[in-house]
Design a protein around this ligand. Structure first.
Ligand code: AKG
Length: 282
């Protein structure tokens, strides 16, 4: 139980102050990010690591079958982006639609929340590739240049301790990048296919945090990540949530549009959810 509650003044929702302090929430709204250390319970963390191992094996098998070492953004033992993998057989949805995620998403977004996208980002030991400066919304805009979507929330959940040596994420606060209300144009980098939206010399703020932490940041905030130079994998689960379904200008859903919170209450129901696989434009 919270010892005290603070309130998201924009939406009048009470927030558990043991989870998110008023200062953290203010920083999210002003600068576009907040870092919540060690908030994922140990049993949940272990479950997510097991699901992650299964998915890496699954992608490796697909590469074996196709006799390739690169499939989309997945590079064998190097960098994996595994998208839209929650399904009734896996246990992933227990985390994606957990009370913990309900608390964080309501604090950031208010009483209406949809799952927009979910993916795993794994960097292999000693060679996990870097990822270039971008706004997550920059990927939406690149695919749909006339998009008018509101900022959505990325929850970057650490399954391992993260530091500069193993390829952690770096964030550029809104006030240093002019991103509070703006999606910049991004260009595609040839060698990696990454979209790049910032080429300035601000290195950003490195996130150094233990396993079980969540960095919650706005899809308008610029971020990048380094390469993994350690002898262990760096594993992240990334859930993205929006205040309403994000559609392409032609009306099609961009990635997912699963109703999670309605009028401040959790409404996700695994018995009625279609668990439909939808490819994002990533
Ligand atoms: O986990 C990482 O290395 C960065 C992932 C990221 O920035 C993204 O998926 O938008």
């Amino acid at each position: 139980m919270p010892t005290t509650a603070n309130t998201n003044v924009a939406t009048n929702i009470d927030i558990d102050s043991d989870l998110i302090s008023p200062d953290q929430l203010a920083q999210y709204h002003d600068e576009g990010y907040m870092i919540l250390e060690r908030v994922i319970p140990d049993d949940m963390l272990q479950m997510m690591r097991e699901e992650c191992s299964y998915l890496i094996g699954y992608i490796d098998c697909m590469m074996d079958y196709e006799k390739k070492d690169v499939l989309g953004l997945n590079h064998r033992r190097n960098r994996y982006f595994m998208t839209s993998k929650y399904n009734p057989q896996s246990r992933i949805w227990h985390f994606t639609f957990s009370e913990l995620m309900a608390q964080i998403t309501k604090a950031a977004l208010g009483p209406e929340v949809y799952l927009f996208n979910e993916q795993w980002v794994v960097k292999g030991a000693e060679k996990g590739m870097k990822f270039g400066w971008h706004q997550d919304s920059g990927y939406v805009k690149h695919a749909d240049p006339t998009t008018t979507h509101q900022p959505y929330l990325t929850c970057w959940c650490t399954l391992d301790d993260v530091c500069e040596e193993n390829g952690s994420v770096y964030i550029l606060p809104h006030s240093r990048a002019g991103t509070k209300d703006k999606i910049f144009d991004h260009t595609q980098e040839n060698a990696t296919n990454d979209l790049i939206g910032y080429t300035g010399d601000d290195p950003g703020i490195p996130v150094i945090a233990p396993a079980g932490s969540i960095v919650a940041f706005s899809s308008y905030a610029f971020h990048r990540s380094g390469s993994n130079n350690t002898d262990k994998m760096r594993r992240i689960y990334l859930g993205q949530y929006s205040t309403n379904p994000i559609r392409n200008t032609d009306g099609t859903v961009w990635s997912q549009d699963v109703h999670f919170i309605k009028d401040g209450q959790r409404v996700f129901d695994p018995h009625t959810d279609t668990f439909e696989y939808k490819t994002s434009n990533r």
